[in-house]
Write a protein that binds this ligand. Sequence first.
Ligand SMILES: N[C@@H](CCC(=O)N[C@@H](CS)C(=O)NCC(=O)O)C(=O)O
Length: 204
Amino acid sequence: MKLLYTNTSSYARKVRIVAHEKHIAMALQQVVLTDPDCPVKQYNPLGKVPVLILSDTESLYDSRVIVEYLDNCTPLAHLIPQELSAKIKVRRWESLADGVCDAVVAVMLEQRKAEPAQDAAFMAKQMDKVSRGLTVLNDDLANHEWCVGEAFSLADIAVGCMLAYVNLRFVGVINMAVDYPNLERLHLALLKRPSFKETAPSPN
Ligand SMILES: N[C@@H](CCC(=O)N[C@@H](CS)C(=O)NCC(=O)O)C(=O)O
């Protein structure tokens, strides 16, 4: 089993953290998506990371499918609850956290264009998704220790990866501690876990 990933991808980090928390051994291959020889398209027609290669003929994508697969590879310490209502809650948190990342990626790609080609209205719309998403997640977390129920779950992992990604891309733009203090508290707690420490993204 081998994961194709990039160091800054929040979706790929979610997968790496799930594997770490579940003690699942997985080979890691860091890729550069812009390389002409990048192997990702061979395994995912969409050309996106993460991709989990199971064999020469079988691969899994996207991150939500991979984490569900990994969580069921071993029965112990499920990160996605088995019971339907808790499971749906966890997946909704994940969906919103991933959606915030999608909007951050869209802004970043727009910012990489030459300034005259940048679409300010498009960027404002994406930034609005980011702030509305963060507000809902912050309000829903309130003073709870974990996102869903009394246990650490995939919801916390997805939110933690998203927060690190927002901090990485929006240095000086969003002040998490001031504007989203509940999320900041959760993030600080998550950063103590080896799975988070060992997968911290670095800018590129
Ligand atoms: N929904 C996908 C999103 C994956 C994604 O957007 N990955 C980005 C890197 S952060 C990517 O590979 N982008 C390359 C591209 O879009 O061509 C998931 O959860 O895995």
